[in-house]
Design a protein around this ligand. Sequence first.
Ligand code: COA
Length: 180
Amino acid sequence: MNKKIAVYPGSFDPVTNGHLDIITRSSELFDRLIVGVLKNTSKPCTFAISERIAMLASCTRGINNVYVAGFDGLLVDFMKQHKARVIVRGLRAISDFEYEFQMALMNRNLYPQVETVFLMTDEHYSYLSSSIVKELAGFNADIKSFVPRSVMPYLNKQRTARAKKYSDSSKTIVKKRRKH
Ligand code: COA
């Protein structure tokens, strides 16, 4: 089994510059880094799995040893399938620690050969999350410095769809009011 294959798992809904920082730095530590995109997350995703994979594939195109793949089910099964023993996770703040500690121990319990390696997130991205980025995009805030360029068209499309939905629903309210 190759020790130098690592998996960086997540929902990446969408990938942010914080994720990209972890991907870039860990790609230098391992022979191969597989970014594992969880298909059916317990939280509802804004972007389809194909879109999340396309965004990641596009922004990691220049890093030769990075591969992007979707997965379903247990992370440890995905690791076994790819003969990987190392899970990479980014730590943004102390508040991440408890959840990460629990996951690392559970994954080791399920697959004793596995090790979880934590990288400290770059301080510029310590407050970032995919949800915050989506919320800011929804309010037309400038998010160019938070996400890779490949993500912008997807967020713009989502913003347009959201604006249309709100404008359609406000027309319905106006129509309803007029009836009375
Ligand atoms: N920079 C910016 N944002 C980051 C970040 C970083 N370095 N690291 C994490 N985040 C953000 C993510 O974007 C995400 O934001 P959101 O909640 O707004 O979407 C949030 O922090 C949580 O990220 P993460 O902890 O990676 O959760 P996730 O849902 O992306 O991924 C899995 C969780 C996929 C790793 C985990 O659910 C899993 O392994 N599932 C498979 C099933 C399994 O094996 N379960 C047993 C595990 S013990």
